[in-house]
Design a protein around this ligand. Sequence first.
Ligand code: NDP
Ligand code: GDR
Length: 364
Amino acid sequence: MTTKKKALITGITGQDGAYLSEFLLKKGYEVHGVKRRVSSFNTQRIDHLYQDPHANNKNFFLHYGDLTDTSNLVRILQQVQPDEIYNLGAQSHVKVSFEVPEYTADVDGLGTLRFLEAIRILGMDKKVRFYQASTSELYGKVQELPQDELTPFYPRSPYACAKLFAYWITVNYRESYGIYACNGILFNHESPIRGETFVTRKITRAVARIKLGLQEKLFIGNIDSKRDWGYAGDYVEVMWMMLQQETADDYVIATGITTTVRDFITMAFSEVEINITWDGSGINERGIETSSGKILVEIDPRYFRPAEVDILIGDPTKAKERLGWKPKVQLQDLVKMMVENDILHAQKIVHLQKGGYKIENFFE
Ligand code: NDP
Ligand code: GDR
């Protein structure tokens, strides 16, 4: 009888945690996730994977935990005895990290160290394989383009500084103790379940709501910023691939194509047949509907960051050559997928409002 492989995922309630859980369950894994205790439900993205606790043959389990709590991590590790660990948990919002820098450093930086130390303390260093969710934010201020595994880092936010520590402590534990530990340096990846305050989802959600008359305008920050956007579903697959190799290594995961926030907005509006032209410059730049002359997009400096990452373009050649990975979904299809999903959400709200229900409008 073959025993199922066990995976432990931190950040299982997030975008990547949800896609990775689905992917690993399809591969026949027993999946364990760490979820935080919060005062409202935080499992919407994985509710479809939930199994009755009384059912037999369960293969999906959730454990309360937090990356700031060492004893909790030790206990979960000891109890689950995973073959693979995916450390995706993080305070992952770059702008918010300027507001909560110490907490971000604790969770994103020290949290990674806590996990690696727990592996060592429990003597699991030769058994377990560890994936660290590293990020293109490490490159920060542009040093060279495109960015690959040898490009120097220059972090530009408390988030990126915390992730820099996590990156190097992962390398250090690999080199010092022989732990099979990998950094996936993932460039931005999005999906219909992307958090609503990241720029792509904020845009597709606003476009859908504007189309259905629920919102008048989109207020946005730096539209000159350029990102290499891929699809989350493609990116979780390569996290797993990194842990199936003979030796552990670090890989850049990206599409190799960069796009401005401005062009992303134009693409999203065109999905609902609204053509946008851009007028003015700097904070006075506006996105105007060509047919009606209505101003649909305005700049709000509140969304500017104290320090910005102007441009990211990744070179995923190493991952292509060594892992055989390449992105499947193109940006145009990703935008379409996200707008269509947000149209469905907006239609639901319109429907409920017609039925007399009061729906809260949350903007950020
Ligand atoms: P999300 O913000 O969607 O999810 C983050 C997850 O971390 C959530 O499950 C969240 O729980 C959990 N979390 C937050 N704080 C803690 C804590 N103190 N202890 C335990 N868990 C915590 O992020 P993504 O899914 O987009 O990203 C996954 C990882 O990949 C993150 O580490 C992110 O920094 C990194 N990354 C993401 C990229 C992207 O483009 N998406 C690119 C490169 C790296 P809760 O639901 O309760 O808030
Ligand atoms: P990023 O993603 O900071 O790259 O981090 P985000 O979508 O937040 O910002 C991308 C770019 O858009 C600009 N921008 C805005 N951003 C937000 N959130 N809201 C706005 O209104 C807005 N207007 C313009 C930003 O200034 C920025 O230049 C994401 C996260 O998932 C990280 O966890 C991950 O490590 C990196 O991607 C790779």
